[in-house]
Design a binder for this molecule. Structure first.
Ligand code: ATR
Length: 267
């Protein structure tokens, strides 16, 4: 059976094995998919051992996405733009293709939620690795505007130079209005809120947290309390990016929305 893995540190809580098992089951396909804990500083060595053992593909998670970018023999254009790789796929010629499916996963989930990205005013909070992976696919949807705000302005400015977007300070957003507000900061991991004026949520149609958490995140609750019409955590993005990895490996498009419903029920 073809062997796939998710490689990260930590990785024990990853939901990817259950998700890919479900994709395969629904498609009548058979794969083995497990978790691999790589030591910090030992990503390439761990991966090379798996490759020697016949590995066909991998998902790469925190903190190895940049190392996977360097490790891959070839890159898709969206991985190049993201500067990070979350999917590695063995090619027929023995080379390894590095892709980044995070952004398309996010866009697919925003569409599932009814968001109309074309012509919308999008605000992205945070300018770390997660943000870099999503900006290209968001801009492909032709929003009216895409504003990037970060606590450390210099990091947002560096990304703005690559993607030609507007930058704002987090504390400089009062009085601004947006349709879709995306939280790509690491703040939600500790139930903290980004230091933005809550007034930005009034009239917004969707607040989306890239982090997922059963019962929702503090950011979601805060957005709804301040007049945002709808909110979501990032479980759908996780499932949709995984489906795109599966498609790349197996040539089959899984019914990710069905798997999302099942994962929510099991959460
Ligand atoms: P990731 O790869 O998950 O994006 P990262 O590269 O470490 O992680 O980036 C984390 C992002 O979350 C950064 O934009 C960071 O802001 P700074 O650049 O100012 O450090 C942001 N962040 C983390 N904790 C935050 C908090 N409590 N409030 C606001 N932003 C926060």
């Amino acid at each position: 059976m073809d062997h796939y893995t998710v490689i990260g540190n930590p990785v024990e809580h990853s939901r990817s094995p259950a998700m890919h098992a479900r994709f395969a089951e629904l498609a009548g396909d058979h794969i083995s998919y497990d978790r691999t804990l790589a030591p910090l500083g030992g990503f390439a060595e761990t991966l090379n051992t798996l490759v020697a053992g016949g590995l066909k593909g991998a998902n790469v998670t925190v903190p190895f996405k940049e190392e996977a970018f360097t490790w891959a023999s070839r890159l898709t254009p969206r991985a190049k733009l993201a500067g990070a790789v979350n999917t590695l796929a063995l090619q027929a010629d023995g080379s390894w293709l590095g892709d980044n499916t995070d952004g398309v996963g996010l866009v697919a989930d925003l569409k599932r939620l009814g968001a109309e990205l074309g012509g919308s005013r999008i605000l992205v909070l945070g300018a770390g690795g997660a943000t870099r992976g999503i900006l290209g696919p968001l801009l492909d949807e032709a929003p009216q505007s895409l504003t990037l705000a970060n606590r450390t302005l210099g990091k947002a400015q560096a990304l703005a130079e690559i993607f030609a977007i507007e930058v704002a300070a987090m504390d400089g957003l009062a009085g601004r209005h947006f349709d879709i507000i995306l939280n790509a900061t690491a703040a939600s991991l500790t139930e903290e809120l980004p230091p933005v004026s809550p007034g930005i949520f009034a009239g917004a149609s969707l607040a989306y947290d890239l982090v997922y958490k059963p019962g929702g995140t503090a950011f979601e609750r805060w957005a709804l309390d301040n007049g945002c019409k709808n909110s979501s955590d990032g479980l759908g993005m996780l499932v949709a990016q995984g489906a795109e990895s599966f498609r790349l490996w197996r040539g089959i498009e899984p019914d990710w929305q069905q798997v999302l419903v099942q994962m929510k029920e099991g959460a």
